[in-house]
Design a protein around this ligand. Structure first.
Ligand SMILES: [Zn+2]
Ligand SMILES: [Zn+2]
Length: 550
């Protein structure tokens, strides 16, 4: 029975270009996981979209002197192009501006309201007398009451990760003009999170398979006690509030963005969406660690309140990627922007680097020096050269046909056994979202194959022992056939190429998670290298480019 897997990926704000930190945080792991499950023959629905609401969008629009619609249209288009070039294989990548999304949000809002999980209350709210407007979420900044961080925003502290209300901030200031805000009273809808406290706790205690960082952080928030949260805002950009008297307010961006997983599933699969939201379907939420509380507490509470839909099965949130030892910073242009990268380089080397250095359990670092080292020493020298040497040799000495093996020697048999173990080990690791382990297994197999060829030296042996050399090549081709499958989720472009170079018909996507030895006598096409070696000069250029104003 194929499993049904919902791969729900964080919704990026369409307010600026994506950088490598975003990709390492959630888009790449989600894509690896989705590709793996599809190859296994499971049914996968991978959805996300551009988040086009909230104060990150309106602030950017005000800075650029544009309308929010103009800002989101530009970046949504750019995101879609990036996914395509990087091979992030969404089944649907939509946005939160659709009628479908508004309809689903209203349905959840009204159902929660009817069941008594939403209520109206007046709350104090910062108001800037100079700008003459309310200051929701990111329009106000100040000191975090929990960790003392100076630049906490009105919706969340970037240092300790705690969700905040604007009035929680110590020494608040208007983000636009720096004025100390006044406090006014405003009526809003609140989500009764406190009503879910015990149910959430009981549920979370059963999630022993979650990453310790996600589980412990969420349990700590629960143990501190959940406070009800306002889910409407005094802002005019967003999903409308289905309630008379609330025409000038909008639904809080976080309340509606998490509903996007559901609305996107409905948009993608019309009648079939329930297969991914009910029964034994499993939902995985790929996010960065700054989004943990919204996916481990708030969204599950909303789902519990709504009823009849599956709660998250796993929330494999990643830690952060740093850049040359420092945090990514948009304002200081300390970033490697994805559109720039994709203009200059191929997608697979980046996918390789970010997989091998994925911030799964702790923060990790991207440096151009390490990127070049991994590209040249691992991708090119270990894996790419293995494929190229073997395939070129087959062309030159065996008329481009898979040589026939004489009975295998012990080393050859051991290497093929190792390939089988690798297929199983990578399978297991990927099913558990242990991406770095999975890739390590694959590269170790390539290293073993190189050692084997070193010892057997078919390049020399072919002169005196053509059959023995042919056997070595046959074994190496067998290892390559295993490699193109186990690295496919990580390196889909080069795996598709290797699939073709090994003479297999059809698309690799349809080949399944299995290991096939290339048929003896099969004609192989003329080989092309899988990866490019990078020059020292390019490394210098990249280092010079960093941090310069664009
Ligand atoms: Zn804090
Ligand atoms: Zn102001």
């Amino acid at each position: 029975m194929p499993e049904r897997i919902l791969v729900a990926v964080a919704w990026p704000y369409a307010n600026g270009p994506l950088h490598l930190g975003h990709i390492a945080g959630c888009y790449l792991p989600a894509d690896i996981f989705a590709r793996y499950h599809r190859l296994k023959g499971n049914q996968v629905l991978m959805v996300s979209g551009s988040d086009q609401h909230g104060t990150p969008i309106t602030l950017r629009a005000e800075q650029e002197g544009k309308t929010p619609q103009e800002v989101v249209a530009k970046y949504h288009q750019q995101f879609v192009e990036c996914w395509q070039k990087l091979g992030i294989s969404f089944d649907l990548y939509t946005n939160t501006g659709t009628d479908n999304h508004a309809r689903v949000v209203h349905d959840i809002f009204l159902t929660l309201r009817e069941k008594g999980y939403l209520y109206r209350a007046t709350m104090p709210q910062p108001y800037c007398p100079r700008c003459q407007r309310s200051l929701p979420d990111r329009y106000v900044e100040g000191k975090c009451p929990f960790c003392g961080f100076d630049n906490a925003r009105g919706d969340q502290c970037d240092r300790c990760g705690k969700p905040l209300n604007p009035t929680d901030l110590v020494d608040p200031r208007c983000r636009t003009c720096g004025t100390t805000p006044q406090t006014i009273q405003s009526e809003h809808f609140f989500l009764k999170l406190s009503a879910f406290q015990d149910r959430l706790y009981a549920w979370m205690k059963r999630q022993a398979h979650w990453k310790p960082n996600v589980l412990n952080f969420s349990l700590r928030l629960l143990e501190e006690g959940l406070k009800d949260r306002a889910i409407t805002r005094d802002i005019e950009w967003g999903v409308s509030v289905p309630e008379p008297g609330f025409e000038k307010k909008r639904i809080y961006v976080w309340f509606e963005a998490v509903i996007g997983y559901l609305s996107a599933s409905q948009e993608a699969r019309r009648e079939g969406w329930r297969e991914f939201w009910q029964g034994d379907a499993r939902a995985y939420y790929f996010i960065g660690k700054d989004n943990i509380p919204f996916h481990s507490l708030i969204w599950p509470a909303m789902l519990m309140g709504y009823g009849g839909l599956n709660l998250p099965y796993d929330v494999p949130a990643n830690e952060f990627l740093t850049l040359q030892g420092r945090n990514f910073s948009t304002s200081r242009n300390w970033a490697v922007w994805l559109p720039d990268y994709l203009e200059r380089y191929d997608p697979d080397p980046l996918r390789y680097f970010l997989s091998a250095s994925m911030p799964e359990g702790a923060d990790t670092d991207f440096s151009w020096q390490e990127y070049y080292r991994r590209n040249n020493d691992e991708l090119v020298a270990t894996y790419g050269n293995l494929a190229h040497r073997v395939l070129t040799f087959v062309q030159r000495h065996y008329q481009g046909r898979v040589p026939s093996p004489t009975p295998l020697d012990a080393e050859g048999q051991a290497l093929l056994d190792r390939a089988r173990t690798t297929l199983e080990a990578v399978d297991k690791s990927l099913s558990l979202c242990h991406f770095r382990d999975a890739l390590r297994w694959a590269i170790a197999l390539a290293q073993e194959a190189n050692r084997y060829l070193e010892v057997r030296s078919p390049w020399k042996a072919v002169k005196g022992d053509r059959e023995g050399a042919g056997t070595s090549l046959y074994v190496a081709l067998g290892v390559l056939s295993c490699l193109k499958t186990v690295v496919y989720p990580f390196l889909p472009f080069s795996s598709a190429q290797l699939h073709r170079l090994l003479g297999f018909p059809g698309k690799i996507e349809e080949a399944g998670w299995q290991w096939q030895l290339p048929p003896v006598g099969q004609a192989l096409p003329h080989p092309q290298p899988l990866f490019k070696k990078l020059e020292e000069k390019a490394l210098e250029d990249e280092l010079a480019r960093l941090g310069k104003a664009s």
